[in-house]
Write a new protein. Structure first.
Length: 185
C-alpha cells in the first residue's frame, strides 16, 4: 500500500480533489476524524466552547485562531488520537494499492512522517481568500487570519511529490486530478 497525503492551504480545493479521487481510491479526511474526536469531549480546559453539549466549532475556531496557547492545547489533545485512528485505517486497508488521506496541516504538524507521498493542491492566495469568504461567510479579516495561520504555500510546494494547481473551475480540477491518477498508475 502506498499512503498518499492530500494537502493544501485552506480553501485550495482539497475537498473537491478528495471527492474526485474517492471515485477511484479510498480517501479519508483528518478533519472528519478530528470532528469525531471533538464530539466525544465533555470538557475542553473549562473554556466556553460547547453548545447543547457538543463542541461548537465556530466558537472553538474563533478561540484557536486568536490564541496560540489554545491552539497548541487542542493539537496536543487530538493529534495523537488522529494518528491512532489513521494507523487503524492503514491496517484495515493494507490490501489496497493506494490510500489517500486529506491532511490540511500536514507540514505544520509531523503528520507528513507517516506518508509515502504528498499531493499538494495549490491555489493563489487571492483565490483562496475569495473562496473562504464565500464558503464560510467570513469577513476578510477572519479569512486572512486563517490563511496566515498556515505555513506559506511556496514552502509546502517544495516538499510535495505532486502538485495540482487549482485556480479555475471544478471541471478543470477534475481533469487535472484524473490526469494525476493516471500518471501514478
Amino acid at each position: 500500500m502506498i499512503k498518499i497525503a492530500i494537502t493544501g492551504n485552506i480553501a485550495s480545493g482539497k475537498s473537491q480533489a478528495e471527492r474526485i479521487i474517492s471515485q477511484y481510491y479510498p480517501v479519508f479526511d483528518t478533519d472528519i476524524i478530528a470532528h469525531e474526536i471533538l464530539d466525544t469531549l465533555n470538557d475542553f480546559y473549562g473554556l466556553d466552547v460547547f453548545t447543547n453539549g457538543k463542541i461548537d466549532r465556530k466558537k472553538l475556531g474563533d478561540l484557536v485562531f486568536s490564541d496560540t496557547n489554545i491552539k497548541e492545547k487542542l493539537e496536543n489533545l487530538i493529534h495523537p488520537l488522529i494518528k491512532e485512528k489513521l494507523n487503524k485505517i492503514f491496517e484495515l486497508n493494507k490490501d489496497k494499492k493506494y490510500i489517500f488521506v486529506s491532511v490540511p496541516l500536514l507540514y505544520e504538524t509531523d503528520f507528513y512522517k507517516i506518508f509515502d507521498k504528498v499531493l499538494f493542491i495549490s491555489s493563489e492566495e487571492k483565490v483562496r481568500l475569495n473562496r473562504l469568504m464565500k464558503r464560510n461567510s467570513f469577513t476578510e479579516e477572519e479569512a486572512v487570519l486563517r490563511i496566515k495561520s498556515q505555513m506559506d504555500e511556496s514552502e509546502k510546494i517544495k516538499k510535495a511529490d505532486y502538485i495540482i494547481e487549482n485556480n479555475s473551475t471544478i471541471e478543470e480540477l477534475k481533469e487535472k486530478v484524473i490526469k494525476f491518477l493516471k500518471s501514478i498508475e
